[in-house]
Design a protein around this ligand. Structure first.
Ligand code: ATP
Length: 297
């Protein structure tokens, strides 16, 4: 028996970040949108836990137990007292270390796939709890669509979306470590009173109406100054996309992928061509969002 689960990438249309808490984490108001770039996780019975990966960035993905998909399988196996005897193959299309939650997607995919393969029969709520244990972006990878994450970003409220949005993503040459970006955020905000993170009502209204122009005007990422400070050339990429007609542009999550919202498919093609021709990024991808979360195929 083999189980394959398809899991989307995400873009944060708003990422509001609070001050560092005493435990080092930050409270967030995180508006997630699942977009149509997918990893596929295939689970097959095996003598022992084994991870393989294919795709353009496969060389950068760890194949040991630090892989988030391996951690998901081990956590589920331990909870249900079953041996983690599974081969997980990851067909990776989500850029690695790009701020699009690729590792989180694989964790959610592995969890859903192993639950089906092993017949553990975990409830949806239990799977979501395990996701939250694995990382703050993992629950959203399972749920998909659009959602507001609060706390560390892992307490999710589904959001209504009144349309489908056309996105272009510019994949940067290199990665950014999420913890390093948060450290830079803390450094840049030393001595500053950082407001409590809150979702923008204008942005939520734009999503609900499916109004791309209004959404483009309200896109916001509090990590963007930190990502630009560590990766200054992203400012050039953002400028190229804006000049080519994007309704809004921002760094995706902790970066360094940049995201461009466009009015329609035609404008997405124009923005994508300009980005590619500019030489300010390594690759360009076009995707629609929202899309569903982890889905068995
Ligand atoms: P996020 O948007 O959630 O901050 P990201 O998209 O920036 O994450 P990932 O692609 O999830 O970053 O990977 C970050 C690091 O995690 C990688 O550099 C890699 O070392 C490690 N990693 C562990 N498991 C995986 C996985 N299944 N896929 C990709 N990277 C993984």
């Amino acid at each position: 028996m083999t189980v394959t689960v398809r899991v989307p990438a995400k873009v944060n249309v708003q990422l509001a970040v609070g001050a560092a808490r005493p435990d080092g984490f930050h409270d967030l108001a995180n508006v997630f949108l699942a977009v149509g770039l997918f990893d596929e996780v295939t689970a097959t019975p095996s003598d022992e836990l084994r991870i393989t990966c294919e795709g353009p960035d496969a060389a950068e993905v760890p194949l040991d137990r630090t892989n988030l998909a391996a951690r998901a399988a081990l956590t589920l196996a331990e909870r249900h007292g079953v041996p983690p005897a599974v081969h997980l193959h990851i067909a990776k299309d989500i850029p690695v270390a790009g701020g699009m939650a690729g590792g989180s997607a694989d964790a959610a995919g592995a969890l859903v796939a192993c639950d089906a393969l092993w017949g553990t029969g975990a409830s949806y709520g239990e799977l979501l709890d395990i996701c939250a244990e694995l990382g703050s972006d993992v629950p959203f990878s399972m749920v998909g669509g659009a959602a507001l994450g609060t706390g560390r970003g892992d307490r999710l409220r589904p959001l209504a979306v009144g349309g489908v949005f056309h996105w272009v993503f510019a994949v940067a040459d290199g990665g950014l470590s999420t913890p390093a970006v948060y450290r830079e955020f803390d450094r840049l905000n030393e001595g500053v009173t950082v407001p409590e993170p809150a979702a923008s009502q204008d942005l939520l209204d734009a999503l609900a109406k499916g109004d791309a122009h209004a959404l483009g005007a309200t896109l916001a990422n509090d990590l963007q100054p930190a990502a630009l400070s560590l990766f200054p050339s992203l400012a050039d990429t953002l400028a190229v996309g804006r000049a080519a007609g994007a309704l809004g542009a921002l760094v995706s999550g902790s970066g360094p992928t940049t995201a461009f919202l466009t009015a329609d498919a035609e404008s997405a093609t124009t923005v994508a061509s300009s980005l590619l021709a500019s030489g300010t990024c390594r690759a360009v991808r076009v995707a629609l969002g929202p899309v569903a979360g982890a889905t068995m195929v």
